[in-house]
Design a protein around this ligand. Sequence first.
Ligand code: 5GP
Length: 115
Amino acid sequence: MSEPTIFDKILAKEIPSEAVYEDEHVYAFRDISPQAPVHVLVIPRKRMQSFADLQHADPSVVASFMQGVSKAAAKLGLEEGGYRVVFNTGSDALQTVPYIHAHILGGRKLGWPPG
Ligand code: 5GP
C-alpha cells in the first residue's frame, strides 16, 4: 500500500485524536472539523483504501467493521435520536483520506439530500 495516511498515523498514536470507542477491530475518534454536534470517524485497524474495497474483503472483516460503527454510535448515545453513517468514496464523493472511514453524524436534525 502507498504512503501512510493521516489515519495510519492516528492509529499508531503518532498524531493525537480523541477516542470515543475502540475494540480489536476498529478505532473511533472525533472528527477534527465536526459537521454536526456529534461527528465521529470509525476506521478498521486493517487498512483498506475505500468502501469500494469491501467487495473484495473477508466478510468477517466487513462484519466486524460494520458492527464497530454500530457499537460506536450506541456508545455515543445516538440510538434514540438517530444518526447518519456516511462513506465518502472516491473523488466525486470528495473522499480526502485514502483510508476507509465511516462518518457518524448526529445530535441534530440532518438535512436530506446531502450536498
Ligand atoms: P473524507 O472527506 O475523506 O470522507 O473525510 C475525512 C475526514 O477526516 C474529514 O471530515 C476531516 O475533517 C477529518 N480529518 C482530517 N484530518 C484529521 C485529523 O488529523 N484528525 C481528525 N480527528 N480528523 C481529521
